[in-house]
Design a protein around this ligand. Structure first.
Ligand code: PLP
Length: 435
């Protein structure tokens, strides 16, 4: 009998046993740093956590109490795989604010929109398929796509969102290589991480391109209602019913702790989504659904969203004016809603290399590389203004500017690169450079 040699690694004896798709589930390279960055003395401009302290705690508590008092046994029981009909009807009212008319029967309630992304990927992606996505794109959607062994192809954006002409070119190039394009994943309003919003004209053009090329659009819209001065254009789904799966969530307009989101899908896809939902989790949380339903019924939820808009608008303004004051050599997007500013740095700077020094100087950001699957984004960083107060934001940007100066000094010393302000040669003038 031959001796059985140990395989795997020292750290994980089951290393050789994983399915191939598990290779797509990689921890972000900056994850360890973020553990440090969550210390209270660090100003974190990194995370996308909504400012839940602005919620009317008594109304949320009231909804919980009322649900337990009147519907306790239902709230504590399994529910349907599609979600409670009452909540699905209320979700129609939420989506109507962005021009969507639909049938409650075409909605599937999920455990956050993250879970809807997982279900859609499970239904549509085979190994080697391509998902078209904006460049940059939402990091954890890309993790899911890769975990189904699909490739993400980044289509460039500018300050008006995804560029239709670039989309046409990417589709043609991929098709000429014999690749199968399964989805166009897009975050049209107040994009994560780019902060930009797809214009109405482009929405129509992109839908037309998707139609012509028989590509299903996956519209992810967590931030659409969180506008500052003017609403985003209506959702893609408001125009096109059959070619769009729309994802919504209560995470940003209410609270992520409930973990309730939804998918609105063409009827045939909806049936498959329900089956996939049941296979994955049996049913979404009955308790969370009923509490949210009660909240929507009893609280001024539109007024509350307005309160959030005011908080985030003020913080965004604080961030933009701090950037203007402390980092005038940088360029950035100036969002009209959502949580994020996308910053472009001049040439010699590398956001990933800069992060450890930043955390040491007690400020954290997300390096641009996290939002590309292809190594892009080194000259970019994402700054979030959703969670820290305006004073913390100003302090954080001041610290960031110090880090940048230190980094430039270092680069100058070791590479003789010449200073940033001397030449202006590395300046970016428009946010389109983020592509
Ligand atoms: C673009 C985008 N999609 C999906 C999600 C996931 O949200 P949820 O809490 O609904 O799962 C997020 C969260 O930050 C997001 O930014």
């Amino acid at each position: 009998m031959t001796e059985q040699l140990p395989t795997g690694t020292n750290l994980d004896p089951w290393f050789d046993h994983y399915a191939e798709r598990a290779a797509g589930l990689r921890a972000s390279e900056v994850r360890a740093l973020f553990a440090v960055a969550s210390r209270p003395e660090v100003v974190s401009l990194a995370g996308g956590m909504p400012f839940v302290s602005a919620l009317p705690e008594d109304l949320v508590q009231g909804s919980i109490d009322e649900v337990m008092r009147t519907e306790g046994p239902v709230a504590l029981q399994y529910g349907s795989g599609q979600g409670f009909p009452r909540l699905r009807e209320q979700i129609l009212d939420v989506m109507a604010l962005e021009g969507i008319r639909a049938n409650a029967d075409d909605i599937v309630v999920t455990t956050g929109s993250q879970h809807a992304l997982e279900l859609v990927s499970k239904l549509f992606l085979d190994p080697g398929d391509v998902v078209l996505a904006e460049g940059p794109s939402y990091v954890t959607a890309m993790v899911i796509f890769r975990s189904y062994q699909a490739d993400v192809d980044h289509v460039p954006m500018d300050e008006h969102g995804l560029i239709p002409e670039a989309l046409r070119e990417h589709i043609a190039a991929l098709r000429s290589q014999g690749r199968t394009i399964k989805l166009l994943y897009t975050i049209p309003s107040f994009h994560n991480p780019a902060g930009v919003t797809l214009s109405w004209e482009r929405r129509l053009e992109i839908l037309q391109i998707a139609r012509e090329n028989d590509i299903l659009v996956l519209e992810d819209n967590p931030y659409g209602l969180l506008y500052f001065d003017r609403p985003a254009p209506d959702a893609l789904r408001s125009v096109e019913e059959e070619g769009v799966i729309y994802l919504g969530t209560f995470s940003k307009t209410l609270a992520p702790g409930f973990r309730v989101g939804w998918a609105l899908a063409p009827h045939a896809i909806r049936e498959k989504l329900v089956l996939a939902n049941e296979a994955a989790i049996l049913c979404p949380s009955s308790f969370s659904q009923l509490v949210i339903s009660k909240y929507l019924e009893t609280a001024d939820w539109k007024g509350q969203i307005n309160t959030f808009r005011g908080v985030y608008h003020e913080r965004k303004n604080a961030m933009i004016s701090a950037l203007e004051e402390h980092l005038p050599e940088f360029s950035w997007t100036n969002p009209h809603g959502g949580f994020y500013v996308w910053v472009t740095m001049p040439e010699p700077l590398d956001s990933k290399a800069m992060l450890p020094r930043a955390v040491k100087e007690l400020v954290a950001f997300t390096p641009g590389t996290a939002f590309y699957g292809d190594g892009g984004g080194r000259q970019n960083l994402r700054l979030s203004f959703c969670y820290p107060t305006s004073d913390q934001i100003r302090l954080g940007v001041r610290r960031l500017a110090n880090v940048v100066r230190g980094e430039l000094d270092l680069l100058e010393t070791f590479a003789g690169t010449g200073s940033l302000t001397d030449t202006g040669a590395h300046r970016f003038t428009t946010p389109t450079d983020m592509a």
